[in-house]
Design a protein around this ligand. Structure first.
Ligand code: ZN
Length: 375
């Protein structure tokens, strides 16, 4: 892993993300209807199918102005996407990243696929969108809400797509700082040291620790799954421990200019690039002081798992926060970044209050079954 303290440009971004249906369990959802308005221009209509109003984070979702994945695109196999995965704070969320939808209400978002994907070959493409958004109550994440769409097949004029806007073009990237701040370098270095400790401890737990705890996070005690989880965590520890080499480049500042408000850090998986935002330093503690709380170490660990150069395939963001990861099945859990971060936190003796206990989780989480769960 290379810790970058100067800015450097020679990057091409391609983000590979797979669509994996969530286990909905009959909970209310956001229903997404996709339509083609012009060549690569897509309109999404998002409807609250529940009986209550909901407020959720729209980062990494429709309405997000950043180059994020809003739909999966298939042409035989999945079309490589260019874009970022944003990691946001779980409390103190400010209104500009929140959307409120009344029961039955619809909002629309129109976006250009050509901004984040290369559709220059043209032809038929199939689109689909699924995942979950984080529900918010009084500025804090309180649960999750699944969303899904039916498939939409579109015909694309490749020449026009090629000539369309390309947000992720290197010409559009811009630098803001060179990270000469020695304090930031020191803080990041300490966090990476904690990542090594947390990831090694979690890997050990995955290999030979409590079966009940492993099942709590990964939904199976299967030996193969335990081996995969342990291998990824060991790879993360190794990467965080290698400061002058390795697969990833870890920028200590927002070198690409993609930090929105409330965003802690982001990853560009296809280039194995991770970048911290300002609030990664100002908002997060070195290590969490309680069960499943955010901190610098597990946030960095989360980002490392996104990078396929660390362990392939890179993880996705199928569930964010403890309540969301509870809804995933085992095959989803092993591909979900936050599951690793929360497992590392939950198993860590470095957390001052000790490892998370079932009783502690249960007493804190229940507001409404299946949806409003939060540790
Ligand atoms: Zn993520």
């Amino acid at each position: 892993m290379i810790l970058i303290v100067v800015c450097y440009w020679a990057l091409i971004l391609q983000l590979h993300v797979s669509a994996i249906p969530l286990n909905l369990n009959g909970v209310p959802t956001l229903e997404v209807k996709l339509s083609q308005t012009d060549n690569t221009l897509i309109r999404a209509r998002v409807r609250n199918t529940g009986k209550e109003d909901v407020t959720f984070v729209h980062l990494n979702f429709f309405r997000d102005p950043a180059p994020v994945q809003k739909v999966d695109i298939y042409r035989g196999s999945m079309v490589p996407l260019r874009g970022i995965r944003q990691h946001f704070r779980l409390d103190g969320l400010t209104p500009e990243v929140l959307t409120t939808l009344h029961a039955g209400e619809i909002f629309e978002d129109e976006f250009d696929l050509a901004e984040t994907s290369d559709l220059g070959h043209g032809g038929l493409f199939t689109l689909r969108s699924s995942g979950s958004v984080s529900l918010v109550n009084n500025g804090a994440v309180s649960g999750y809400l699944p969303y899904f769409s039916e498939e939409l097949t579109i015909q694309v004029n490749g020449t026009r797509a090629f000539q369309g806007p390309k947000t992720m073009s290197p010409l559009n990237w811009h630098t803001k700082e060179t990270c000469t701040d020695s304090q930031r370098t020191s803080i990041l270095g300490e966090a990476l040291g904690n990542v090594v400790s947390l990831a090694n401890a979690a890997a050990n737990a995955a290999q030979s620790g409590s079966a009940d705890k492993f099942v709590e996070y990964f939904k199976t005690d299967d030996a193969k799954t335990r081996s995969i989880v342990a291998s990824r965590l060991l790879a993360v520890a190794k990467e965080a421990d290698s400061r002058d080499s390795g697969a990833t480049t870890y920028y200590c500042s927002d070198v690409l200019g993609f930090c929105e408000s409330n965003v802690l850090a982001y990853t560009l998986p296809s280039q194995n690039i991770i970048a911290n935002c300002d609030i990664w330093y100002s908002y997060l503690p070195d290590l969490a002081t309680g069960c499943h709380n955010q901190d610098r170490a597990t946030t960095a660990l989360h980002e490392f798992t996104h990078a396929p150069g660390v362990y392939s395939p890179g993880t996705q963001d199928l569930g964010y926060g403890y309540s969301a990861i509870e809804a995933l099945n085992s095959s989803q859990a092993v591909l979900n970044a936050d599951t690793y971060a929360l497992y590392a936190n939950g198993m860590s003796s470095l957390v001052p209050n000790g490892t998370c206990h079932v009783q502690e989780i249960s007493k804190n989480r229940l507001i409404e079954p299946a949806i409003y769960l939060g540790c």
